[in-house]
Ligand binder design. Sequence first.
Ligand SMILES: Cc1cc2nc3c(=O)[nH]c(=O)nc-3n(C[C@H](O)[C@H](O)[C@H](O)COP(=O)(O)O)c2cc1C
Length: 313
Amino acid sequence: MRSEAIHAALKAATWAPSVHNSQPWTFAVAGEEICVRADADRKLRVGDHAGREMLIGCGAALFNIRTVLRDRGWAPVTRILPDPDRPNLLATVRPGEAVTPDETTRLLSGEIERRRTHRAGFTTLPVPDKLIEALVRQAAAENVKLVPAGDEAALRMLAAVTQAAQGARPQDPEVRRWARPPDSPRKDGVPADSYPREPADTGFPQRDYAWGTETDQSMAATGVVAIMTTRGDSREEWIATGQALQRVLLYACAYGVSAAFHTQALELPHLREFLREELCSGAYPQMIMRLGFTFDVSRSVRRVRRPLSEVLD
Ligand SMILES: Cc1cc2nc3c(=O)[nH]c(=O)nc-3n(C[C@H](O)[C@H](O)[C@H](O)COP(=O)(O)O)c2cc1C
């Protein structure tokens, strides 16, 4: 049934990642058309003035909708930024013709509720090159580049820039605003049990979400560091980045690989520009992540989301 597929797709949308779990989206259904809208009240006013990160989160939600519709047997028909007079209407999606879902769609769809952000070191088990190559292809399918940091020098530069960004805004009030205190009834923000109290020494500083929890410190490997880039820096490309991000994360999750993010530097225009010129050959850096294997502790981390009734008009 198309209506059941639409409902399942909307529920899946809410499991998308978003900066500080701000969940900057609302959805509406008109007939069989799902509208994905940005909720600008949830944008980071300082760190994300242009709404780039907000649109990446919404793009990830859009990818979940597309994936679940296809998994339920309907080819999604998607229009990106369909109405120039309504800039917050980011996309419309409707179930089109009947299809048999392919294996990758089934795989990705099955990971939507299991995936979660990792915020510590990784085990020393290396991520196979073949898997990294597959992740690069997943991103490319959404017109976004996933670029693993090639050599030691690139890795050191990226770590140094991330440290500089964290040093420039150590107790960022916007980060603190979205840090969810232990036992809080809030349905958004970063839960205190989703990051270690003592950050792991991976070379890439963690955002300071203030609380944290006692965790196994035996994982200290950095993992594979990668940047997502786009050729330009348009709103379409931010939405594409979100779709590519979610595609990469779900695919990685299906093979047991988790991702940690370190996007502080991309919120400071001069540091982002530096990375664009020095590391990205002029392409625009959109996400910075580490990929690796964990001891499965992250699977037990609770995730919080606003219920669908709160985000569906
Ligand atoms: C654009 C964007 C930027 C993010 N930046 C960071 C970051 O710098 N540090 C971090 O720990 N998590 C970062 N995250 C992950 C979010 O905090 C995470 O998706 C959110 O808390 C929801 O948790 P979940 O991914 O486990 O569902 C980012 C996510 C997005 C979409």
